[in-house]
Design a protein around this ligand. Structure first.
Ligand SMILES: [Zn+2]
Length: 351
């Protein structure tokens, strides 16, 4: 008998008491508790997913409150994972919620996600068993590709989403189907894409992407894998456009799911080095990059004091001074904490 809390959801023919029971023994790991992660974690906890793990490296800032729906003014300065977990425990005390304050890297990803290996996809059939999914709430491609590698290697669904400006994009990558690298083989060059910090972001655009992501997770975890979208959905809530493009078939020459090379998981990941005596951290991208310095300088100019030469862009923004070189390397002054430097790099340069 379904708990009265979930009675409206269990009424849905695709879910029923059995689907609700499956949700209750499932596990969702939300990597990144920004606007996307807030929405998907909130919906999954309310839907009764039995265990939700929240991983985030940042603290809540006042500029997050416009769209990050789990946070209030009193949370400013608290780690996002901790503040979101406190809110979600108050929403649904029946869900086990873990908060992890960390930057996910190739070195620690397995330790953080290995609990999902015990679950995997829920099998069809009468015996409910839990499933596991990874929800992409990240703000950078480096972590997305790392998560894609891990999910393909371990046969766990990866629910990708992104939003910037008034646009959003969502795709569900499920074992057996194509993966993120079948669609976008390599991450974009550092500094080539707009970020929420440089281009802005409208709350409803990112909330819509997070809601679609949560819907795919609920389908998978309730035993309805057949209902999962096989499209890459893109939309613009300002231009009123909506597109669905069929995901390609799984590519046999895909470096990740086709050839089994987990390049983001196995080394060659970006690195940070604390520069002694300088209160600065050097951030190095994973692969050699070619940054368009002039266009990066134009995008950063409205947000701080920016100067540029043919060799570098220097920008003083929000308490740190970043010097970005044409090869994608950056020196972030004003901190000795690698995670703060990597976060500033992801937000302002964009990987
Ligand atoms: Zn692939």
């Amino acid at each position: 008998m379904t708990d009265s809390r979930y009675i409206r959801q269990a009424l849905l023919p695709g879910i029923g008491n059995e689907g609700q029971e499956r949700l209750g023994v499932s596990h969702a790991v939300v990597v990144g508790v920004g606007a996307l992660g807030c929405v998907s974690a909130d919906l999954l906890v309310r839907a009764g997913v039995g265990r939700v793990t929240l991983i985030d490296r940042d603290v809540v800032e006042v500029s997050n409150l416009q769209r990050q729906t789990l946070f209030a003014e009193a949370d400013v300065g608290r780690p996002k994972a901790v503040a979101a977990a406190a809110r979600l425990r108050a929403v649904n005390s029946g869900v086990t919620i873990n908060a992890v304050v960390a930057d996910v890297t190739g070195r620690n990803v397995h330790g953080m996600l290995n609990a999902l290996c015990e679950t995997g996809l829920p099998p069809p059939g009468p015996l409910p068993r839990g499933g596991g999914v990874v929800i992409d709430g990240t703000d950078n491609f480096e972590t997305r590709y790392l998560l894609n590698d891990w999910c393909v290697k371990h046969g766990v669904p990866f629910l990708y989403a992104g939003a910037v400006g008034t646009r959003g994009m969502v795709a569900a990558f499920v074992p057996g189907g194509p993966c993120l690298r079948c669609v976008f083989e390599d991450p974009p060059e550092p500094g080539s894409q707009p970020t929420c910090e440089t281009a802005g972001v409208l709350g409803p655009a990112v909330v819509m992407a997070g809601a679609m992501q949560a819907a795919e997770a609920i389908k998978l975890l309730s035993g309805n894998a057949g209902a999962v979208s096989r499209d890459l959905a893109t939309f613009d809530v300002w231009e009123n456009t909506w597109r669905r493009v069929a995901l390609p078939v799984r590519r046999t020459d895909c470096p990740c799911c086709g050839l089994g090379r987990f390049e983001f998981l196995e080394g060659a990941s970006g690195d940070e080095a604390v520069l002694c005596g300088r209160e600065a951290v050097q951030v190095t991208p994973r692969a050699a990059a070619q940054v368009d310095l002039a266009s990066l300088a134009r995008r950063l100019a409205p947000h701080g004091a920016v100067s540029a030469s043919e060799h570098l862009v220097r920008a003083a923004i929000e308490g740190v001074e970043m010097t970005v070189f044409a090869d994608g390397r950056a020196i972030v002054k004003g901190t000795t904490r690698p995670e703060v430097a990597r976060s500033a790099y992801a937000k302002w340069v964009g990987v």
